[in-house]
Design a protein around this ligand. Structure first.
Ligand code: ZN
Ligand code: ZN
Length: 339
């Protein structure tokens, strides 16, 4: 099969390699769509991953090609999305079903081989069957959609809240849509430039450029993970308001004394949110995200700004790394020769 193997920092090779083995309780998924996550950019270009070589990619969907146990044979040929975190199921958090906080997890696309490949080995527990009406590229966005939903559920919004989301990536716009689904009327997305206003218009939320703001919001969701965005978010929350920290930090976040004081003086409520809640076959962030795609309560396709064939994946990575064009979700399509 063809795959992208990260063999060293800033050294991703498009290689020919063996299709992974299928162990008992596992399945081989034939990848059809694989999204590039903003966390893949530092992983590929700057920090590397836990070990080399590793095939990155954790936002993917496809078709079950093969299974390791006879009991799972009915899965072959099914369309699936994939929960990329493989929990230990032994630690305290796992025992309580909070797999996203597992202390000893494995992860497709960072700790083990992931979705920038024609085939991936995935535990059957991590497969989420989707109906064939959902496009693979939509199902490949279940992970960011679920992460955004998790954040929204963590901050108990009221319909009357004025909610701002700082950041215009896929997760930021997904959070804005979930806030609306959860009944909030006044939702504002805050970006660096006017460029992404068109995406806010698509989902009928307000759009503001960072520097032009001296408003105060009841709830501010930080969806970038940069120092600048954290500073701005702290500034934008009203006294007694709620600050939700969702963006994965790109580096150390350092707060100036005055910024720190704002948290104290305004007596802010700080909410951390991490990953998403998943439980096989039960109602969870992932099942809710699938339902929202199915009944068109959430627009996902509209946030795919770029689509590349698998052979052009590096173009997508370069575009995101260099910010050479405005983008939202960059998607790659795999195994396109068969339908
Ligand atoms: Zn991701
Ligand atoms: Zn665990």
């Amino acid at each position: 099969m063809r795959a992208y193997s990260l063999i060293a920092i800033n050294n991703l090779e498009y290689i020919e390699t063996d299709i992974p083995n299928c162990k008992e309780g596992w399945a081989i998924v034939k990848v059809k769509a694989s999204g590039i996550c903003s966390s893949d950019i530092p992983r590929v270009f700057e920090t590397g991953t836990y070990h080399f070589p590793t095939i990155p990619g954790h936002e993917f969907a496809g078709i079950v090609e093969k299974v390791g146990s006879i009991d799972d044979l009915k899965l072959v040929g099914k369309h699936v999305g994939v929960f990329p975190l493989i929990p230990c199921k032994k630690c305290l958090q796992c025992k309580q079903g909070h797999y996203e906080m597992c202390s000893d997890y494995d992860y497709l696309g960072s700790r083990r081989d992931g979705g920038f490949a024609e085939y991936v080995a995935v535990p059957v527990w991590n497969l989420i069957e989707i109906n064939e009406q959902i496009k693979f590229e939509e199902a490949a966005m279940l992970e960011p959609l679920s992460v955004a939903l998790h954040a929204i559920k963590n901050c108990s919004l009221k319909n009357s809240d004025r909610v701002a989301i700082v950041g215009t990536g896929m997760i930021g716009f997904a959070a804005a849509q979930w806030a609306k689904v959860y009944g909030v009327k006044d939702v504002t997305v805050i970006g660096r430039s006017k460029g992404k206003k068109i995406l806010a218009d698509r989902i009928s939320v307000n759009y503001c450029v960072m520097n032009s703001l001296d408003d105060e919001f009841d709830v501010v969701i930080e969806a970038v993970g940069s120092n600048k965005a954290v500073d701005l978010s702290i500034k934008l929350v009203r006294p007694y308001g709620t600050l939700v920290l969702m963006g994965n930090p790109e580096a150390d976040i350092v707060l100036a004394q005055n910024t720190y004081w704002r948290i104290l003086r305004k007596q802010l409520h700080l909410v951390g949110t991490w990953n998403s809640a998943y439980e096989k076959g039960k109602k969870c962030d992932w099942s809710e995200a699938i339902e929202a795609i199915e009944n068109h309560r959430i627009d996902v396709s509209g946030f795919i700004s770029h689509v590349f064939d698998q052979s052009q994946l590096k173009k997508g990575l370069d575009l995101m790394h260099g910010h050479t064009e405005p983008y939202c979700k960059v998607m790659t399509m795999w195994n396109t020769e068969d339908k």
